[in-house]
Design a binder for this molecule. Structure first.
Ligand code: DX5
Ligand code: ZN
Length: 219
């Protein structure tokens, strides 16, 4: 089943010295969902932000949905922590912990309101996700090595998206893509079949140019 194409700004690309300004701009231009990258300094080198900032965002910017991307070594513990503070859309990495169908089913039963996503890093074959696809809300293809914004898009990610587009003809998951997306490659990402397009550094770079942002978001 096809989904609506949506662009999710990745908070990691925001200017943290004037975060409120950036959030107000995103709100003004009608952004509905913000991508929230959690990095633990272990699964990936950097540490980004965690529960305290998201709690504040839920209070000060309840107009947004938050799409939590857990790049952490212990995703189950963190999934529970983030769910408890209000996150309903959470993605965990296949590489972080071996995910079994039993575990996915446990999460679905335990957290019926959770929109569970699975992500794969560039080195993981998309075929490894096939057995999970009937049970998840979304699959996130990493088009850069997880851990940092501002990297170059890995072209081979488009093949993974195309394979998933075929696979979901009879299924009902969204296809998300994350990393290195800008005005030069967004159209081919959409043509390949991605529905949720995560954009960090490019979007925040043009955020002051309203005309450019509006035309970038009009997809
Ligand atoms: C990278 C993060 C991305 C990142 C994307 O590990 O998961 O969400 O913020 O940023 P850009 O668009 O700059 O690649
Ligand atoms: Zn991300």
């Amino acid at each position: 089943m096809e989904k609506k194409i949506e662009i999710f700004p990745s908070l990691l690309g925001a200017n943290f010295l004037s975060l409120e300004d950036d959030l107000e701009k995103l709100s003004e231009i009608g952004i509905k969902t913000i991508h929230y990258d959690v990095m633990d300094g272990h699964f990936v080198d950097d540490i980004s932000f965690g529960e305290p900032l998201l709690r504040k965002l839920f209070t000060s910017h309840p107009e947004f949905n938050y799409d939590v991307h857990l790049m952490v070594s212990n995703p189950l513990k963190k999934l529970e922590d983030f769910y408890k503070i209000g996150a309903k859309k959470i993605t965990i990495h296949l590489e972080a912990k071996h995910l079994s169908l039993n575990l996915i089913q446990y999460l679905i039963n335990q957290y019926p309101k959770l929109e569970l996503g699975i992500s794969i890093s560039p080195e993981t074959d998309v075929e490894e996700t096939f057995y999970l696809l009937p049970f998840i809300s979304s699959i996130l293809i990493m088009s850069v090595v997880p851990g940092k914004g501002g990297q170059k898009f890995i072209e081979n990610s488009l093949n993974k998206v195309q394979v998933l587009k075929e696979k979901r003809k009879e299924l009902n998951f969204a296809i998300a893509i994350d990393g290195g997306i800008n005005d030069e490659n967004i159209d081919k990402v959409i043509s390949a079949g991605a529905d949720h397009i995560i954009v960090g550094s490019y979007l925040f770079k043009i955020l002051n140019d309203k005309e450019k942002v509006v035309s970038f978001l009009r997809r």
